[in-house]
Design a protein around this ligand. Structure first.
Ligand SMILES: [Fe+2]
Length: 261
């Protein structure tokens, strides 16, 4: 069994190395620290109801805890979480884990599985034909990550007083504007790519497009039960495009929903 309490301590002391006297920087570091801890909790809840080998479950929880470890050196070096203009934080996380002793307590094979999960957690799509353990870890981490990102961004967008461009990746703010390319990709059943985001409303549309990318019915149920999709939709302008998006999202959510989820 993996000793998660010692990993939690190790993770938190690593993050402490990046603490800043500047309150804005500290807020951004705390944001990713708390996100990582919550993604670990989401992974715990998700895997508790899955029928999978115990070792896969343990490795997926460990990967969830470390999935964004690259965010801290990324922010330290560039003052931004925007991969497009800085570095791929999955790759930075992979290097960070390799260069430190975080994973010294598990076998070389298991280490590879965790490293692979961290490296690939933020890819647009899961690579094809993966070994079973790699696939399971990636699926758990990606679903857990999405659940918490939705939660964080909704809380942020719902409070109009918030204005942290690090959270919104420096995207342009306008109550009614969005990119047609983003709407079109959502309506054709595709995931919206981070690279295509221009407006903050595009970011909200990207969250909606995740309905096409959940790996487990548990995640789908959580999104429905927590009202995430309705809350995102209520933050978008009432145009014909957005009404089409709403129809598409609702039909996907309820068609995909398994009766036993
Ligand atoms: Fe990430």
């Amino acid at each position: 069994m993996i000793d998660f309490s010692s990993h939690l301590i190790r993770f938190c002391s690593f993050v402490d190395e990046f603490c800043s006297k500047n309150p804005e920087d500290q807020e951004n570091i705390d944001l990713k620290k708390n996100h990582s801890l919550r993604v670990y909790q989401e992974a715990k809840h998700l895997t508790a109801c899955l029928d999978a080998p115990e070792r896969y479950i343990q490795l997926s929880r460990l990967t969830a805890l470390y999935h964004d470890i690259g965010r801290f050196p990324q922010y330290f070096q560039y003052g931004s979480f925007n991969d497009k203009i800085t570095v791929n934080h999955g790759l930075m996380g992979y290097k960070t884990l390799k260069n430190n002793s975080f994973l010294s307590g598990i076998s070389a094979k298991e280490r590879k599985t965790v490293l692979f999960g961290v490296l690939n957690h933020n890819r647009a799509k899961i690579p094809k034909a993966l070994p079973e353990s790699n696939l399971f870890v990636l699926e758990v981490v990606r679903d857990s990550d999405k659940l918490d990102i939705m939660n964080v961004l909704l809380a942020y967008f719902e409070d109009e007083a918030n204005s942290n461009s690090v959270v919104t990746l420096g995207l342009d703010s306008h109550p009614d504007k969005y990119s047609q390319k983003v709407v079109d990709s959502l309506l054709s059943g595709k995931l919206v790519d981070y690279q295509d985001l221009v407006w903050i409303n595009d970011f909200k549309l990207m969250l909606l497009s995740w309905v096409h990318d959940f790996n487990f019915s548990h995640t789908q149920s959580q999104v429905i039960n927590r009202g995430y999709m309705e809350r995102v939709l209520s933050l978008l302008p009432g145009t014909a495009d957005i009404r089409d998006v709403k129809d598409r999202i609702y039909s996907c959510m309820y068609i995909n929903q398994s009766p036993t989820a």
